[in-house]
Design a protein around this ligand. Sequence first.
Ligand code: VGL
Ligand code: ZN
Length: 201
Amino acid sequence: MSDRPRFDPTTALVVVDVQNDFADPDGGLYVEGGDAVVPLVNEQVGAARAAGATVVYTQDWHPEHTPHFAKDGGVWPVHCVAETWGAELHPDLDVPEDALIVRKGVDGEDGYSGFSVRDPETGEQAATQLGRMLEERSVRTVVVTGLAGDVCVKETALDAVRLGYDTVLPLATTRMVELEAGDGQRAVDAMRDAGVQVVMA
Ligand code: VGL
Ligand code: ZN
């Protein structure tokens, strides 16, 4: 396992869902250690920007009612409701003025991957703007970081591989939500099996 991703102008850093609900201990779906990754993600953002890489931030962005939430028939506690504190990017996250931001789940879909959303009832998939953004910038390598490692980071990384990107996960810059014990390790195995390069940091 090599230690760090390398950034260049054909690389994109995708910062997944570093939002209060996941990264603040008072958040609606706090991921253990989510606050601890913020400075580590910032290091990646700094390295990416210094090298002229693209940086894109995703935000989970749900309506008040969605079959994504347990109270509406899904599996998750309420989190990242549009325009609420929980949906805001963590205040310590480095986000430039002109940051590229992709919001997912806005129409009540499950928005696990930054690249695509899925209707939880019909299973219908739709692309977000992320793929187009990366194509426009001639990106070839995608580095995925953020939260949660076994949910949205995993799905984003798997989609990146499917779309043909060289895909890297710096493992120290994520944390697992572990809805079920073992989900974190299973996610790492699934990403490695799919061809994601899992590196330390
Ligand atoms: C996420 C669960 C539900 C994530 C989003 O960002 O990892 N997890 N919605
Ligand atoms: Zn969500």
